[in-house]
Design a protein around this ligand. Structure first.
Ligand code: NAP
Length: 290
């Protein structure tokens, strides 16, 4: 029998900047857990350097590199340089994993299933939200703060599992939301799920609060390298019995998580999603189930 697996897996991450990435540490752990030899390198590529992107992707086509992750600012930039996209990556409009299969370079997105997998830990604290058949009759409602790349992955995961969602964005952000609504409306054949948008302020959000089961922060507000504080309006009460998921993983406990916890909500930070999306990428490249 011919062993098609490489003796040494050559994996890596494209993005810029990359100095604080946790991915090498995570993937080295996965290699060791699976008993595989390999490396996970950082490939910092400046936002406008298309030639460097092309050259690196050709090294995947030639079999020199076996798999790549993609992060900011290249999640959209790589798309025209690939041969195809998975359905998930196409709908979300972003690629975080590149794999060479069947002679083609394919873009995948593991952020959405990674989020959904990790969200299950939080949903376990609300059994009623874990039961999909009830969704069509009375869908649970999630509020997503922000409408950037990560929000698209979260919206995809929630809409495909029967949730109603509302995106709350800064007033000037309308075009991002309009684009997302146009891309996602056709993706919900069974349940009559809704995707709406609203301004991220107390007046717009107040009427929605009693209906909410989940709040997801996809803005960078509260990240250690970014603007401190919380994206949630100061004078707005939290919904009773709701859950809060903050995609930020550094710091592990954001201001928003602290405020929500004080108000009695169950909260979860983004480190679990980071690990889950990395595991799914690693499984795609190596076939080793973690
Ligand atoms: P992005 O594409 O830049 O989107 C950020 C969104 O947040 C935009 O809608 C932006 O609105 C909004 N925003 C920024 N500052 C804001 C503020 N002060 N008030 C209100 N809204 C604000 O970034 P992304 O790729 O979606 O990433 C967002 C966050 O998710 C980052 O912290 C990232 O680290 C995290 N993330 C975590 C994981 C994980 O695995 N845990 C995965 C992906 C992303 P404007 O367009 O108006 O600026």
């Amino acid at each position: 029998m011919i062993n098609l697996k490489p003796a040494t897996f050559k994996l890596g991450l494209i993005g810029y900047p990359l100095s604080h990435s946790k991915s090498p540490e995570l993937h080295k752990g996965f290699l060791s857990k699976c008993g595989l030899k390999g490396e996970y390198k950082l490939y910092p590529i400046l936002p406008d350097d298309k030639n460097a992107l092309k050259t690196l992707l050709n090294r995947v086509r030639s079999g020199e590199i076996h798999g790549l992750n993609v992060t900011i600012p290249h999640k959209q930039n790589v798309i025209p340089l690939l041969n195809g996209l998975s359905d998930t990556a196409r709908t979300i409009g972003a690629v975080n994993t590149i794999v060479f299969k069947g002679g083609e370079l394919i873009g995948e997105n593991t952020d959405a299933p990674g989020f959904w997998k990790d969200l299950q830990e939080l949903l376990k604290t609300r059994e009623d939200l874990l039961n999909p058949p009830s969704f069509c009759a009375m869908p649970p409602h999630a509020l997503i703060l922000g409408a950037g790349g990560a929000a698209r992955a979260i919206a995809y995961a929630l809409l495909n599992t029967g949730w109603d969602i509302t995106l709350a964005t800064r007033a000037e952000d309308i075009s991002q939301v309009e684009e997302l609504i146009a891309d996602f409306n056709i993706e919900i054949p069974e349940c009559d799920s809704k995707l709406t948008n609203i301004e991220l302020n107390t007046t717009s959000l107040s009427p929605l609060i009693p209906a909410l089961s989940l709040i997801v922060n996809t803005t960078p507000v509260g990240m250690s390298s970014h603007q401190q504080g919380s994206p949630y309006p100061k004078d707005l009460p939290f919904p009773p019995n709701a859950l809060l998921y903050d995609l930020i993983y550094n710091p592990p406990q954001t201001q928003l998580m602290q405020d929500a916890e004080k108000a009695g909500l169950k909260v979860r930070g983004g480190i679990g999603m980071l690990k889950a999306q990395a595991e799914l990428s690693f499984e795609t490249w190596t076939g080793c189930k973690l």
